[in-house]
Design a protein around this ligand. Structure first.
Ligand code: URA
Ligand code: CA
Length: 438
C-alpha cells in the first residue's frame, strides 16, 4: 500500500477500506507517513466526505491507537456524556451526581481544555482539597462504592486523534463533520463507557453555527455509536446565549450546587433534567421517558442528587461542607457591575463575548500552559427576553486584578443587545436524535 494512492482514492471520492484506513492512521502515528500526506488526505476528506462505515472504521482505529479504559470491573451499564462545548455549560457537575443518585454508575474522565473557562476538572479543583487524579483501581472502586467518579484524563487515550487534531488545526481541515465526529467519538470510546449521551450545541457560541450542521454532526455521531455497538443519543441544544448564568470555575461550581439544591437557572436545570433522562434510559434504569423524568425530578427535589455530589466531594478528598456552605469556594477580591445603558428587552447575550471576557479575567486558558484563576468570572443577571431598566445590573464581574476588571467592562457590556421589542428566546433543546431516525 502507498499513502499517495489512498490520498488519490479519497480525492476521487472513493471509499477507503478498513485496512487502508488502518495503514494510514497507524502509519501516521508511528511517524512513517509524513504530515504533508496526512494533511492532503484530510483535505480530500474535507471535500469528499466519508460514508458511515468508513467514519466508524476511522473512529475505532483512532480509539484503538492507545489505551481503552477497562470499566468491566464496574457493575451495571456505564453511560458517559459529552458536550461539544459552550459557555456556562456546567451540566456535567449536575447530571452525573443526579443519575448516580438513581443507581446509574458514572466513571467519567474529563479534560482541562482551552477557552473561556477550565474544563470540568478545573472547576472541581476550586473545591478545597478535591483531588482529580485517582489510580485506575481507585477510579473503579469508587464507582462501585458510591456510583460516581470524576477525574482528569490519564493514560494514553486516542493518541492518533491528538496528532490528527493538531494537524487539522493548522491545515484548515477542522471543519469537517466526518473528522469532527470521529475525533470526538474515538475519545469517548477509548474512555470505556457502554453508551453515550451527546449534547451537540448550535449557535453563535458553538462550533456548529446552524441547526442543519449540528443535526448532521449529531446524526453522524449517533450512527458511529450504533455501528460501534454503543447506544448513543444526541440532543441538539441552543448556544446562542450562555446556558447557565455563571461563567468561571468556582462560580460554576456554585451554580451547579444551587441547581442540585433545586434553585438553578431554568434553562440550565431543564437541559440537565433531559440529559439525565437520556442517561437513565440508556442505562436501563427506567422503562419510559416519563418514568425517567419523574425519577430525575424527584432526586433533585428530595436532595438525593445533592447528597450524591457531597459524597463525590468527600470521596475525592474535598470538603463536603461546600454543598451547604458556598462561601468555602474561592471568591475574587473585586467585583464590578455591568449596567443596562437603556430600558427595554434583552435581545441578545452573545456567548462569544461573554466567554472571551471571562477568559480575559483569568477564568480560562488562552494557551495550553496558562494558569487559571479559579475565583474569577461572570454572573449574568439578565437573559434573552428579560425586561431591564436603565442602570439595572446585567452582569456582575468577579476579578482579582482591578485593572483587568476595568479593561473588560466595555467588552462585557457589548455582549448585551437591548431592544424596544421583546424577542422570544430560542428553545433550549431543538432536536433529539436516536439511532431510530437515521
Ligand atoms: N472537538 C474534538 O474533540 N474534535 C474535533 O475535531 C472538533 C472538536
Ligand atoms: Ca453555568
Amino acid at each position: 500500500m502507498h499513502a499517495v494512492d489512498l490520498i488519490r482514492k479519497k480525492r476521487e471520492g472513493l471509499r477507503l477500506s478498513r485496512a487502508e484506513l488502518e495503514y494510514l492512521i497507524t502509519g501516521y502515528v508511528r511517524g512513517d507517513i509524513p504530515d504533508y500526506q496526512m494533511a492532503a488526505w484530510n483535505m480530500a476528506v474535507y471535500f469528499r466526505g466519508m460514508d458511515a462505515e468508513e467514519i466508524t472504521d476511522l473512529t475505532l482505529i483512532m480509539a484503538h491507537s492507545g489505551d481503552i479504559l477497562d470499566l468491566r470491573g464496574i457493575k451495571g451499564v456505564k453511560v458517559d456524556k459529552h458536550s461539544t462545548g459552550g459557555v456556562g455549560d456546567t451540566t456535567t457537575l449536575i447530571v452525573t451526581p443526579l443519575v448516580a443518585s438513581l443507581g446509574v454508575p458514572v466513571a467519567k474522565m474529563s479534560g482541562r481544555g482551552l477557552g473561556h473557562t477550565g474544563g470540568t476538572v478545573d472547576k472541581l479543583e476550586s473545591i478545597p482539597g478535591f483531588k482529580v487524579t485517582l489510580t485506575p483501581h481507585e477510579f473503579v472502586s469508587q464507582v462501585n462504592r458510591i456510583g460516581l467518579s470524576l477525574v482528569g484524563q490519564t493514560g494514553h487515550l486516542a493518541p492518533a486523534d491528538k496528532l490528527l487534531y493538531a494537524l487539522r488545526d493548522v491545515t484548515a481541515t477542522v471543519e469537517s463533520i466526518p473528522l469532527i465526529a470521529s475525533s470526538i467519538m474515538s475519545k469517548k470510546i477509548a474512555a470505556g463507557a457502554d453508551g453515550f449521551v451527546l449534547d451537540v450545541k448550535v449557535g453563535t457560541g458553538a462550533f456548529m453555527k446552524t441547526e442543519a450542521e449540528a443535526v448532521e454532526l449529531a446524526k453522524t455521531m449517533v450512527q458511529i455509536g450504533q455501528l460501534a455497538g454503543r447506544n448513543t443519543v444526541a440532543l441538539v441544544t441552543d448556544m446562542n446565549q450562555p446556558l447557565g448564568r455563571s461563567i468561571g470555575n468556582a462560580l460554576e461550581v456554585k451554580e451547579a450546587i444551587r441547581t442540585l439544591q433545586g434553585a438553578g437557572p431554568i434553562r440550565l436545570t431543564g437541559l440537565c433534567i433531559e440529559l439525565a433522562v437520556e442517561m437513565v434510559l440508556l442505562a436501563g434504569a427506567a422503562t419510559s421517558a416519563g418514568q425517567a423524568r419523574k425519577l430525575v425530578e424527584q432526586s433533585l427535589q428530595n436532595g438525593h442528587a445533592l447528597r450524591k455530589f457531597g459524597e463525590l466531594v468527600e470521596a475525592q478528598g474535598g470538603d463536603s461542607q461546600v454543598v451547604h456552605e458556598l462561601t468555602l469556594l474561592p471568591q475574587a477580591e473585586y467585583t464590578g457591575n455591568v449596567l443596562a445603558p437603556g430600558t427595554g428587552f434583552v435581545h441578545a447575550v452573545d456567548p462569544m463575548s461573554i466567554g472571551v471576557t471571562a477568559m480575559e479575567l483569568g477564568a480560562g486558558r488562552e494557551h495550553k500552559d496558562s494558569v487559571i484563576d479559579l475565583a474569577v468570572g461572570i454572573e449574568l443577571q439578565a437573559e434573552v427576553g428579560d425586561y431591564v431598566r436603565q442602570g439595572e445590573v446585567l452582569a456582575k464581574l468577579h476579578a482579582n486584578d482591578p485593572k483587568k476588571l476595568d479593561e473588560v467592562m466595555d467588552q462585557a457590556l457589548q455582549a448585551f443587545k437591548i431592544s424596544e421589542k421583546r424577542s422570544e428566546p430560542n428553545p433550549t433543546i431543538y432536536r433529539r436524535i436516536t439511532a431510530k431516525e437515521l
